[in-house]
Design a protein around this ligand. Structure first.
Ligand code: ZN
Length: 248
């Protein structure tokens, strides 16, 4: 079975950034995993939460509901502090993500680029930086040798993609987006993506804005092929698994 892993920063990124592709590939029989680094406890929109820990608890439940809608095989929310990913110990975070990659043995990894996506959120940037290093280091024997026991062996993910777009948002800090190399036609999964985003009820003040951005741009999600295990020139693609070999 082919496997797809997505590494994000906040509950709702899985839907807003990657939801169409997660649902599409699950429909095609791909096993999917989402690793979210924070429970989103620093969000501006807080529902009825009285404090950060209540909001984190609510957002973990919303994440689970969104993953259910997207058919995600396993959704994991880690416990790093929302808004503070750039202050975390890089070696430790990459260690944890590397362990997740080696355990799930994904064929393809999708995440953010260092730009932070169209919102430019620094947590998105850091999720992408951590995930990119984990993509590289999970395949080596000399980075986290303590993980390589009880049958765990280094795992080389075949392709790394950064989520991207062909537009930027006005009135934001500037971002330089990775050029799209891979455009996924998500078809009817657009509706599922919107529904998954709306599973995040504490974030309901953002729903209208989200729909006003995704609906006019149509049934597509864009990615930049940032790395692959076989050195070869870039080509335009319509499938994240193009050229991926199932055995491994
Ligand atoms: Zn986010």
């Amino acid at each position: 079975m082919l496997r797809l892993m997505c590494i994000t920063a906040h509950p709702d990124d899985e839907a807003g950034g990657f939801g169409g592709s997660l649902r599409l590939y699950r429909n095609r029989g791909v096993e999917t995993s989402v690793i979210c680094l924070t429970p989103g406890q620093a969000a501006t929109h807080r529902g009825s939460a009285k404090n950060d820990s209540e909001l984190a608890e609510m957002r973990r439940k919303e994440f689970a509901a969104s993953c259910e809608i997207l058919g995600v095989s396993e959704g994991i929310v880690l416990d790093y502090p929302d808004g503070q990913l750039y202050r975390q110990d890089l070696y430790r975070v990459v260690c944890e993500l590397s362990s997740q990659i080696s355990r799930f043995r994904t064929h393809v990894l999708i995440t953010f680029g260092s730009d932070g996506g169209v919102t430019g959120h620094p947590d998105h940037s850091m999720a992408g930086v951590f995930a990119s290093l984990a993509f590289q280091w999970a395949g080596r024997t000399n980075r986290y040798p303590d993980q390589l026991k009880d049958g765990v062996t280094p795992h080389r993910t075949q392709k790394l993609y950064q989520q991207t777009a062909d537009f930027t948002l006005p009135d934001r800090q500037p971002i330089a987006l990775p050029p799209p190399t891979t455009v996924i036609d998500i078809g009817d999964c657009l509706e599922v993506k919107v529904a998954a985003f709306k599973a995040h009820t504490t974030q309901s003040p953002l729903w209208t804005l989200f729909e006003s951005h995704v609906r006019p741009r149509g049934k597509k999600e864009m990615f930049h092929l940032a790395a692959r295990v076989t050195p070869e020139p870039i080509v335009q693609e319509t499938d994240l698994f193009q050229g991926v070999e199932e055995q491994n």
